[in-house]
Write a protein that binds this ligand. Structure first.
Ligand SMILES: [Zn+2]
Length: 139
């Protein structure tokens, strides 16, 4: 078994499939209510705002800002670099809309509030949305 195969991949459900596979087209797809326009992540079968079952995936800019983050130093899996940054990335499309993922940067380079942009890591049937520093939007 390769280290890659040991890494747990998210299970696809009707609600989460778009989020995990949008990267195949280079898009970060976030569930959005087609009635009231509210974004929802993680996905839900019902809109939490207007209670209708009219949620559909919608592409967002892929940009965001690090809200909070933690640095992992524990070697959970053989072959996986134990030092990585796990962050709550707030998307600009809506206040308090967060995607939780890894930041592809050294821990000492990550700051709360830093601009990041999405990138994707293709593994089997999912495209993991990860974030990297967005130097074009710094400052
Ligand atoms: Zn709604």
């Amino acid at each position: 078994m390769t280290p890659e195969a040991e890494r747990k991949l998210p299970a696809l459900t009707p609600e989460t499939e778009a989020f995990w596979t949008g990267g195949s087209e280079g898009k970060l797809l976030i569930q959005r209510c087609t009635q009231c326009g509210r974004y929802q992540h993680p996905p839900l079968p019902l809109c939490p705002a207007c209670r209708t079952e009219t949620m559909a995936p919608a592409p967002v800019s892929g940009k965001g800002r690090v809200k909070t983050f933690t640095v992992n130093h524990q070697r959970w899996l053989a072959g996986l670099d134990p030092t990585f940054v796990f962050a709550a990335v707030e998307l600009p499309e809506q206040a308090e809309l967060y995607v939780f993922s890894n930041i592809l940067a050294p821990p000492e380079a990550v700051r709360s509030g830093m601009p990041v942009k999405v990138c994707f890591e293709h593994r089997e049937d999912v495209w993991l949305p990860l974030f990297q520093p967005d130097d074009a939007d710094a400052g």
